[in-house]
Design a protein around this ligand. Structure first.
Ligand SMILES: *Cc1c(COP(=O)(O)O)cnc(C)c1O
Length: 479
């Protein structure tokens, strides 16, 4: 197979290379490939069938409801893709000289400005590749701040509620901190008594998700951030659930100093397959000196990548992050406008509360408080009665063309199913989903044995999940 660029027609990213300092013809011969890449020889038709077959075997937002809690599997507008595929964006090379990439640097600069407005922060880096990576970066910045102030040896603890995503304690531990776990109360919020007694001179900071992973807004958030600041610590906001509050309240107003956004979740990039993502990290002025390098600065002569920043934690990945995710995220908010951004959150909260009420009339919800953009079902009672577990219900949903909710998380809810419908689903879809859940609950009582065998309609039934996690087959087989 030969790649013949001259023959491809101009269009969505195929031809028209961007300006390059050295034309191909003048490039040093030693740098050019001597033989074509040994790619498998197959025709376009076969290739198209192969990918269509893979598509049929997978589940995406394009073919069904996908209420995977905390992951915000919203429909991603095609407009984002069209913009991200423009040659000026997707044929750029990370080593291209700055002066030939002014438009792209301008995009990063504009995105920084708008996302500062949405989050109430003063500066943002788009370098981290995902939320977890953003957390690691943010906690490293908190540590650099305490080091600079000579308090690192004293401040060894990060406080984290027990409902937190597992990446939070991992990010704190990877930065050398001791994790102090704070229990949640019966209302699903942080237990304030436990919090007050945990915060003190050893506190480096708190990591908090709001609304939390139970889908509940921390009603004491102002007191929490106040307590930490008074003790000399800093407040980190895990922004994975921003889809519930964007345009309504921002983490800056809640008292946070540093945050990450999962641009691929809240701000619309397809992310079911594991990437690429963007865990943009925003911070208040006091933490700006510690941001990773380079940062994009605007000067008299245009945009430039600034490396000379002595207090920076350094680089956390190559170049300046997954740029095309930033393009999509910027396109998304510009096309929605500030009213649209707010409306998206309102729709997400409305949809979650609607579905929560329609599934068994709210009987199985783990917390009775009104939810934000997601809610958690606790099925331990159903399991005791019928032997049907959260896993069985999740498998049963597959036969209705529904991707299972997040299972067995948060860890503090037994037999948990965490449901996040997002704002892009219609009332009809929510009604159908509620009907599927309710049918499965009936089946649990009437034909539990059958439900243990679900799913019946998918290409893969019940794989050995331990084996699949330990020994995944990650490569295409050529035989
Ligand atoms: C998804 C998620 C993360 C991690 O983000 P990734 O982009 O998957 O690395 C962290 N916290 C919460 C609450 C999340 O939902």
């Amino acid at each position: 197979m030969k790649l013949i660029f001259e023959k491809s027609k101009p269009g969505r990213g195929t031809a028209m290379l961007p300006p390059c300092d050295v034309p191909f013809a003048e490039m040093d011969e030693s740098l050019k490939r001597k033989a074509p890449l040994p790619l498998p020889e197959i025709g376009e038709g076969e290739l198209a069938r192969h990918y269509s077959e893979l598509e049929r075997r997978t589940h995406g937002v394009n073919n069904g409801f996908y209420p995977l809690g905390s992951c915000t599997m919203k429909y991603n507008p095609h407009l984002n893709e069209d913009i991200a595929m423009m040659v000026g964006f997707n044929r750029i090379h990370p080593l291209q000289p700055e002066r030939t990439a002014q438009g792209c640097l301008g995009i990063i600069h504009l995105a920084e400005k708008l996302y500062c407005e949405i989050t109430g922060m003063d500066a943002i880096t788009f370098q981290p590749s995902a939320g977890a990576h953003g957390e690691f970066t943010g906690i490293a910045m908190i540590r650099a701040y305490h080091q600079k102030n000579g308090e690192d040896e004293q401040r060894r603890e990060i406080l984290i509620p027990d409902a937190a995503h597992g990446t939070n304690p991992a990010s704190a531990a990877m930065n050398g901190y001791k994790v102090v776990t704070i229990p949640s109360g019966p209302d699903g919020c942080t237990n304030m008594e436990a919090f007050r007694s945990a915060v003190g001179p050893k506190t480096a900071g708190v990591m908090l998700t709001n609304p939390n992973t139970l889908g509940i807004f921390e009603k004491n958030i102002a007191e929490i951030t106040d307590l930490v600041h008074t003790a000399g610590g800093l407040c980190y906001y895990d922004g994975a659930n921003l889809n519930a509050v964007m345009g309504i309240v921002n983490p800056g107003a809640m008292g946070f100093d540093i945050i990450h956004l999962n641009l691929h979740k809240t701000f619309s990039t397809p992310h079911g397959g594991g990437g690429p993502g963007s865990g943009a990290v925003g911070c208040k002025e006091i933490l700006r000196p510690f941001l990773p390098v380079p940062i994009v600065s605007e000067t008299k002569n245009g945009y430039t990548l600034e490396y000379n920043r002595p207090d920076s934690i350094g680089k956390v990945r190559s170049f300046y992050g997954n740029f095309l995710v930033v393009v999509r995220a910027l396109c998304y908010i510009l096309s929605l406008g500030s009213d649209g951004v707010k409306e998206a959150s309102e729709g997400a909260v409305l949809n979650a509360n609607y579905l929560r009420k329609k599934i068994a009339d709210g009987k199985y919800v783990a917390y009775k408080e009104p939810s934000m953009h997601e809610f958690v079902l606790g099925l331990s009672e159903l399991k005791k009665e019928t032997g049907i577990s959260a896993l069985d219900i999740a498998k049963g949903l597959l036969d209705y063309g529904i991707h299972p909710p997040t299972m067995y998380f948060p860890l503090i809810v037994e037999e948990a199913l965490m449901v996040e419908p997002t704002e892009t689903e219609t009332r009809e879809t929510l009604d159908e989903a509620a009907e599927a859940f309710n049918t499965l609950f009936r089946m649990a009582k009437e034909e539990p044995e059958k439900l243990h065998g679900a799913p019946f309609t998918t290409p893969v039934k019940r794989p050995d999940e331990v084996e699949a996690a330990r020994h995944p087959i990650l490569r295409y087989q050529f035989d």
